[in-house]
Write a protein that binds this ligand. Structure first.
Ligand code: NAD
Length: 325
């Protein structure tokens, strides 16, 4: 019999791709979100518009469900998460506590929780010599204020629900997932989408604004690798937190240069040191990922950015913000 799967946050970036991925593998999928996917129709068999901060809605979502992928969250890029800490921690704690408790009451077989590289401590990332982050580095804890604390707390909740109630949980820590159909404007977009948008809107020889001095570093993982990794982890029997990202670390300045090359434009940078930049440097250590799943992400940054850039150009052209090609 086909497994019945719930994807929360199915109107969001990763959730929408995950629904499609699971449908292609024969699952029956229910999506839940407070909004429909922004850029194309859902592939879910059933889609409920529900606010998962409310416990009753979480219970409704779980009816006849075998596997839960919990992706719903109030989130965004640095600009958003550094300026909405109270709101984020309130919304996400309510969503996640209610979702996991409803899953427990409904005896779901498997529960997948989406944590973040934001759980890693500032003292390992606000230094000059950045070492890739291993899963064990999350403690002693000093996560991203607000968003990261909630993620780390719910990781512990998953562990205790596993130990005390037998809830079969999987926990992933994403490192900057990007790709087409991701938010690219409006304040919640992440750095790859923001840079693609700025360069798409710029003329050749223009200057774009970069937050900070551009020497902050990150690693970026393409969405197709992300959903593949989610699925592999769900099939595994590994119940500890696991990194899911690329381990190629680059500066924001390098990211701008790669996108400018894809766009075939000469772009210079104007630095705004007053804007939030997050931690100074961050990279994923994929040793445990490779060992556990016998797999790691394969799509190159250039390939992923090329697809993302062209999709954002199309969106901007459809909105009349740049000429159609
Ligand atoms: P997203 O913002 O595109 O998707 C999250 C979805 O949750 C949105 O569609 C939103 O409407 C929905 N949501 C918010 N509040 C809700 C509520 N009260 N009830 C029901 N739905 C609600 O984000 P994403 O990039 O797809 O991220 C998915 C998950 O992965 C999130 O938990 C996020 O914290 C985590 N994550 C993502 C990244 C990344 O790089 N994208 C990195 C680390 C962790």
């Amino acid at each position: 019999m086909k497994k019945r799967v719930l994807v929360t946050g199915a109107g969001g970036f990763i959730g929408h791709y995950l629904v499609k991925f699971l449908k292609e593998r024969g699952y029956w999928v229910r999506g839940v979100d407070i909004k429909h996917p922004e850029y194309e129709a859902t592939f879910a068999d059933e889609f409920f518009l529900l606010d998962l901060r409310k416990f009753d809605n979480c219970l409704t979502s779980m009816i006849d469900i075998d596997h839960v992928y919990a992706l719903a969250a109030d989130m965004g890029g640095m600009g958003y998460i550094e300026t909405h800490k109270g709101e984020i921690i309130k919304n996400n704690t309510l969503i996640n506590m209610h979702t996991i408790e409803a899953a427990r009451l409904h005896n779901v077989d498997r529960y997948f929780y989406t944590s973040s590289a934001c759980v890693y401590p500032g003292y390992k990332q606000n230094i000059t010599d950045i070492a890739p982050l291993k899963e064990e580095d999350a403690y002693p804890a000093d996560p991203e204020d607000g968003y990261g604390w909630e993620k780390l707390y719910i990781e512990r909740v998953c562990r205790h629900y596993h130990e005390d109630f037998g809830l079969n949980a999987r926990i992933v820590r994403f490192h900057n997932i990007f790709g087409p159909l991701g938010t690219y404007d409006g304040g919640r977009e992440k750095s790859p989408a923001a840079i693609c948008r700025k360069i798409a809107l710029a003329a050749s020889d223009d200057e774009i604004e970069v937050w900070g001095d551009g020497e902050q570093t990150r690693s970026y993982c393409y969405i197709d690798d992300c959903v593949d990794g989610i699925y592999r982890l769900m099939q595994s029997d590994f119940s500890e937190p696991l990194n899911l990202g690329q381990d190629r670390m680059i500066t924001i300045n390098e990211l701008v240069d790669i996108v400018a090359k894809i766009a075939n434009k000469t772009i210079s940078k104007r630095y705004d040191l007053t804007q939030p930049q997050g931690v100074r440097g961050r990279n994923s250590d994929n040793t445990l990922l490779r060992k556990t799943l016998k797999w790691e992400p394969t799509v190159s940054l250039e390939e992923g950015l090329e697809k993302t850039y062209h999709w954002i150009c199309e969106e901007l052209a459809n909105a009349g913000r740049i000429p159609k090609l």
